[in-house]
Design a protein around this ligand. Sequence first.
Ligand SMILES: [Zn+2]
Length: 330
Amino acid sequence: MPRDITTVSIGIDLGGSKILTGLVDSQGKILVSDERPTPAKKGPEAVIKGILDSIHNVLEDGCIHISKVGAVGIGAAGISNPQTGTVFTSPHLPRWRDIPLRDILEEKLGKKVFLMNDANAAALGEFYFGAARGARNFIYVTLSTGIGGGIVIDGKLYTGAIGAAGEVGHMTIDDNGPVCCCGNRGCWEGLASGTAVAEQAKRRIKEGTATSILRYAGGRMEKVTAEIIHKAAQRGDSLARELIGRTGYYVGVGLANLINIFNPELIVIGGGLSNIGDMLLQPAFKVARQRAYEQAFQAVRFASAELGRNSGMLGAAAYALQETEKHGRA
Ligand SMILES: [Zn+2]
């Protein structure tokens, strides 16, 4: 395919803690990128200004005018409707309620903009350029501070009636489980995420369970994270090992549900928590095998995400470019 200048697009990953923007070519190569903290506490206006500043920075560094960019795609944390371009709500972006983010950006940029959920964008990134290349039916799961997901059916991202599909982290696993940021009780995210394992550790430390976890956190409870717990587990701390095993168990319960509902050929697992590796994933796969239909489990392959933190940005950029080419240029 000839590569003229309009085959570059801009992808933005809008998270609760960072805005990551990249100028990306049609092969998924990041030409220039910009990362900055999300001024989430200052509200939507400040965040939107941050996005625009980030875009302008990328354009300047890439020595390219916005008119030469093929398309702009943004994956935003929270529930959004790709059809209307509205972010309904976001647990990580305070005061975001029915914000017409797409239209605001289109007006400011004079360019067509495509909006989607951040985990859906990450799923598409892995689909176009990463671990899910060539797959027709797959589920992307990101195990991080929360749990996000994206569902691709017959080679197309499944977005549902209003774009809210793929919120795998909020399926109920334990109806008596801990209260989730979404208001529900016992969500997958509340039992199997990085935040969940850290909360468990803090509770057990307060109860007086013997453990070295707090020592690895420099004696500061607020510094207890999944990463610290993993460090303690690697050095043989029994509570840390128990908690990671328990988290793996719940990861597996959720995976079994997904396998039984979707019968995917592939599940791509990403996110910081998944870097723990075997200590977390072996119990997860074991439980998934026990709980899912045998034939469905045998048909599924598990793969690690390949694009790391760039997956959302790349997916949003590639999706925007593809849609623009399909419907004619803006
Ligand atoms: Zn929830």
